[in-house]
Design a protein around this ligand. Structure first.
Ligand SMILES: Cc1cc2nc3c(=O)[nH]c(=O)nc-3n(C[C@H](O)[C@H](O)[C@H](O)COP(=O)(O)OP(=O)(O)OC[C@H]3O[C@@H](n4cnc5c(N)ncnc54)[C@H](O)[C@@H]3O)c2cc1C
Length: 44
């Protein structure tokens, strides 16, 4: 699809949404404010 999607936040919720949208054919960009993903949380 031509409609681009921006997902704010690269946590598990953001990446799950992005993956679902990509599978539906959307062009998705995930914007993450944190410079690293090393915090002890449920990051992908
Ligand atoms: C200390 C701690 C330990 C945890 N341990 C576990 C565990 O062991 N197992 C487990 O299942 N759950 C754990 N959790 C819970 C788990 O982290 C959350 O349930 C889960 O991460 C929620 O996912 P989320 O995508 O909704 O939000 P988050 O993981 O909070 O992701 C949101 C992301 O959005 C980014 N963001 C926010 N605002 C902006 C913005 N304006 N622009 C760009 N990016 C932005 C943040 O930097 C963050 O990366 C823990 C939570 C904490 C705080």
């Amino acid at each position: 699809m031509d409609l681009p999607v921006l997902v704010a936040g690269g946590g598990i919720g953001g990446f799950a949404a992005a993956l679902a949208l990509v599978r539906q054919g959307f062009a998705v960009k995930v914007l993450e404010q944190s410079p690293s993903m090393t915090q002890p949380r449920a990051f992908l």
